[in-house]
Design a protein around this ligand. Structure first.
Ligand SMILES: [Mg+2]
Length: 234
């Protein structure tokens, strides 16, 4: 049986969550200083997370959202504590937040399997399906150094059932592999596709209620056994 393997990018192939966590640390420190240390770091992070998740409804996965969520966090807390924030500090916070789109995000440590799988054209085709803005996601795909192992790279502004129905048309036997129940697994299963959940360090947005029985793996290496069993020695 030949499978069209479709990989999510962020947190499936690269360590995006760790990179964001580091940037959140830097930004919350800057906000902490800007507010004369009147608000503890954890409270700043909590306010930021709430605003950021709320803004997804409005701004989705556009790159405007993350820096704007920081601007709103500082604005809200500064108003609450009656502290005036200079435009220099506001600009510093914006530049710091935007560095998340410029840094090189490290690969996950099990992505060596991508090369192995891509060498078996008789049993697997290779696709990346990633959610976000074209320039940011293209850069992240190129930074992986894995792009030559893939037959297709699709960048999409949404990952819902219709996205996977379209994908089903393009590929003959697709299997979605990703870390997000909300974006990768549940809508793919809803569209009648096969899906494999890879358990990774994720953010709360990725969780969702569902009634599906889900195949989960802890390493991409497990794809070999789960899909190809002992029939194929990769
Ligand atoms: Mg992901």
């Amino acid at each position: 049986m030949k499978y069209d393997l479709v990989f999510d990018l962020d947190d499936t192939l690269i360590q995006t969550q760790a990179a964001f966590r580091h940037n959140v640390d830097l930004c919350s420190n800057l906000v902490h200083q800007a507010l004369d240390e009147k608000v503890i770091i954890n409270d700043i992070k909590e306010v930021f997370n709430k605003i950021d998740l709320e803004l997804i409804k409005e701004l989705g996965f556009s790159k405007a959202r993350y820096p704007y969520a920081w601007e709103s966090t500082l604005d809200l807390l500064a108003t609450r504590f009656n502290i005036e924030i200079s435009s220099i500090v506001n600009d510093q916070l914006q530049s710091l937040a935007k560095t998340i789109f410029k840094v090189n995000i490290p690969l996950q440590n099990d992505t060596f399997i991508i090369e192995e799988l891509s060498n078996r054209k008789d049993v697997a085709s290779m696709t990346i399906l990633t959610l976000g803005e074209k320039d940011v996601q293209s850069k992240r795909v190129m930074d992986t150094g894995l792009v030559h192992h893939f037959d297709n790279v699709f960048i999409t502004s949404k990952k819902d059932k219709s996205t996977y129905l379209e994908l089903n048309e393009k590929l003959s036997n697709p299997v979605m592999i990703g870390n997000s129940l909300r974006s990768d697994i549940v809508p793919a299963l809803d569209a009648g596709m096969k899906a494999i959940h890879i358990i990774r360090d994720s953010w709360s947005y990725d969780e969702i209620e569902h009634n599906h029985r889900i195949d989960s793996i802890k390493s991409l290496v497990e794809i070999k056994l789960l899909l190809f069993g002992n029939l194929v020695k990769l």
